[in-house]
Design a protein around this ligand. Sequence first.
Ligand code: ADP
Ligand code: MG
Length: 167
Amino acid sequence: MQIALTGTPGTGKTTIAGLLPYRVIDINALVKGGMNFGKDPERGCLEADMDALANYLAKLDPDETLILEGHFSHHFVDMAIVLRLAPSLLRSRLVARGYSASKIKENLEAEALDVILVEAVELCGQVDEIDTTGKSPLQVAEIVEEIVRGDLRLPPGQVDWLNEFFG
Ligand code: ADP
Ligand code: MG
């Protein structure tokens, strides 16, 4: 079984994946490692070779529980867990990362408007979302494990960041 751990950059995917008792496939590392079409001239980041990634993932052991970690990992599987974070806190994390003002704005808007959640719902049969706001990495990892084991469901609708802006 392959499960996507997805979410807007900065929501904690890499941190949480590292705390799980499952093998993790780092989608960004695969892209950097060659599954790309070179740099996107407009955005300055590598353009992922989605077909190469899908082919690679299709060859992995279907009986092993694998966590696909990355902000477009939900494109490859039927089950996704979306990490969410209040935009005010996400902002501080992206500033700490040294992102440009425009990249911060783009990512905060994406988080506020549920962009990755909506994509996951369109692409995957089972989607859960975790509001990580105020939770420690270990607490979030515990919730992810419960969902993976089938002991917990957190269907879309756990957060409403628009209230933070307009409420
Ligand atoms: P992503 O992989 O989604 O881009 P990271 O795992 O790199 O996000 O996390 C971004 C930053 O936020 C890191 O500095 C990490 O230590 C911190 N972080 C992640 N999860 C939490 C959490 N639950 N509580 C506090 N800080 C966190
Ligand atoms: Mg990461």
